[in-house]
Design a protein around this ligand. Structure first.
Ligand SMILES: [Zn+2]
Ligand SMILES: [Zn+2]
Length: 215
């Protein structure tokens, strides 16, 4: 009912829940569902499975569900950019600085606000820890991304470890299913981070342009 009010009357979660409780004072919502509705609000009352909010939520649910991490649903992983060359033209491709292997696309980056005060430590209260909104990310020295297919062997059966380039083994970053703190102070759970100084950005358009010139 709260979700319905949010969507049809374009209300915030708080307002919709308040309205519901005015009519039905005994109405109670569990914390998990309250969290889902707040994410729903952040996504503009649409369930967008491509949004960073949705991806981060799905990762958090998997972390709760698979404490042993013996197997991971395949849909959790972004397709390895070396396998499929699809992707929109505006997308930026990130490559290993050392060997140039393609590692991930800009659509895999899970944005977050720079951490501050209580929000930065929200994970300790097991509260929603992400509010990806556009803003300055100058303080962040890492990209926090969704897992990509080439990471799978490293992620299974362990809670944390290093992320190495699948081609040259250069250290790219680290992962932690319990979460990790970005250099800006923000906690991300779970965390798959790639240090910005280990990868280079490549615009898909530039790659196409250089190929055209050779012909
Ligand atoms: Zn950050
Ligand atoms: Zn490499």
């Amino acid at each position: 009912m709260t979700a319905f009010l949010m969507k049809t009357d374009q209300l915030t979660f708080e307002k919709a829940y308040e309205n519901l409780q005015t009519i039905q004072p005994e109405a109670r919502m569990n914390e998990g569902f309250e969290w889902q509705l707040k994410l729903y609000q952040l996504m503009g009352c649409e369930v967008d499975t491509c949004s960073a909010i949705y991806k981060q939520y799905r990762l958090q649910k998997v972390t709760e569900k698979y404490p042993e991490l013996q197997s991971l649903p395949q849909e959790l992983f972004a397709v390895d950019p070396t396998v499929v060359s699809q992707g929109s033209k505006e997308e930026v491709l990130y490559k290993c600085r050392k060997c140039r292997r393609s590692l991930f696309r800009s659509s895999s980056i899970l944005d977050h606000n720079e951490g501050s005060g209580s929000i930065a430590f929200a994970h300790k209260r097991r509260a929603p820890s992400l509010v990806p909104v556009m803003g300055s990310r100058a303080q962040c020295t890492s990209y926090f991304i969704e897992p990509v297919q080439w990471m799978e062997p490293a992620l299974l059966g362990v809670m944390d470890g290093q992320l190495l380039c699948p081609k040259c083994n250069a250290k790219l970053g680290s992962f932690n299913w319990y979460g990790d703190q970005c250099s800006c102070g923000r906690w991300i759970t779970p965390a798959f981070q790639i240090h910005k100084n280990r990868v280079d950005e490549t615009k898909a358009l530039l790659v196409l342009g250089s190929q055209t010139r050779k012909m």
